[in-house]
Design a protein around this ligand. Structure first.
Ligand code: GH3
Ligand code: MG
Ligand code: MG
Ligand code: MG
Length: 304
């Protein structure tokens, strides 16, 4: 895959040198100043930025600080190109968010080697982050990411006074499934159910998570109770249609789930004094209570 590198340098001769030296790696996008750089970044977030420390109109260190605090660029390595030397300058540069310095005039082989190192580090970081947030069995987001997403979405819902629905899902008689078919088949069944749930929550902001052994959850932002109930019903119907065999189920002849739905209705539930943590705790407890009622009243159903 072609690397997307953005150079930010006010000197057209230097820009030309960079283009030539980077040619074996990629053809970079170029910006001559901060505002051109912001336009390029708005078009697409680059994989790496090469930033001149002496830009016209802006000090490179200030621009680096601004870029580094931009959430879109949180994982984009910024390498300084500089003719300046000195300890305090290097410290300031690194503290402003740069990952490395390349001295001017650049030498092609060194430039490419340093760029490649940072691209590789950034790739590994992204990969690790993904692993850290993904459940390896089902590919769903894991408990850690679920907590983050729920927190962020609740904060947003409170800010913009929008509703949010939370659905907790627990497979019915799953211990008996394992007893009947074996743990390996149980794992496969969990994966299938996870896939099916993903087809039931299709809006871009929807999140489906594995929050425990055979406990899954759906976070549905911008969704009032009516929408949450629709998704819950869709899940029940989808599992019924899939008819994954479960001979030992005490509920049906196929795999079923019980669902607990709770909703945040901003008009009534949100008091600006209440913390996001407290709102989340309350919502989670209500959903767990609803799930427990769904289990107690016969399973294979949702309770709101
Ligand atoms: P019910 O929820 O209907 O009350 O009955 P259940 O048998 O599903 O009970 P519960 O939810 O308490 O039990 C969870 C069982 O799910 C225990 C364990 O055998 C099984 N389980 C949990 N995580 C996994 C997993 O990762 N793989 C497999 N194969 N089984 C799992
Ligand atoms: Mg369970
Ligand atoms: Mg269960
Ligand atoms: Mg049980």
């Amino acid at each position: 895959m072609e690397h997307d590198i953005l150079t930010i340098d006010g000197d057209p001769i230097m820009t030309q040198i960079l283009i030539e030296q980077l040619a074996p790696l990629t053809r970079p996008r170029v910006a001559a100043n901060a505002s051109e750089a912001m336009k390029q970044i708005a078009r697409r977030v680059p994989d790496l930025i090469l930033l001149d420390t002496e830009l016209p109109g802006t000090h490179g260190i200030d621009l680096c600080r601004a870029l580094h605090s931009d959430a879109r660029l949180a994982h984009v390595p910024i390498i300084f190109l500089t003719a300046q030397t000195g300890e305090s300058f290097e410290i300031e540069g690194l503290e402003s968010g740069a990952v490395d310095f390349i001295s001017k005039p650049p030498r092609g082989a060194v430039l490419r080697a340093r760029v490649k190192t940072q691209l590789e580090l950034a790739r590994l970081t992204r990969e690790l982050e993904l692993l850290n947030l993904t459940d390896p069995l089902t590919g769903l987001i894991n408990r850690r990411r679920y907590d983050e997403v729920l927190h962020n979405e609740l904060a947003r819902a409170r800010r913009s006074r929008e509703p949010l629905s939370l659905i907790l899902v627990d497979l019915d008689d799953f211990k008996l499934f394992n007893d009947q078919y074996g743990h390996g088949a149980g794992d496969e069944c969990l994966c299938k159910v996870a896939q099916l749930l993903q087809t039931c929550a299709r809006r871009p902001a929807d999140a489906v998570a594995r929050i425990g052994g055979e406990e899954l959850a759906l976070i549905l932002p911008h969704t009032p109770a009516a929408g949450g109930m629709e998704v819950a019903q869709t899940i029940l119907t989808t599992l019924e249609d899939a008819a994954l065999p479960h001979l030992r189920s005490q509920v049906a002849d196929h795999v079923t789930v019980s669902l607990g739905l709770a909703c945040l209705e901003p008009s009534s539930d949100i008091d600006t004094e209440t913390t996001v943590e407290a709102i989340g705790r309350d919502l989670g407890e209500r959903a767990a209570q609803a799930l427990s009622e769904a289990k107690d009243s016969g399973r294979a159903r949702f309770v709101y």
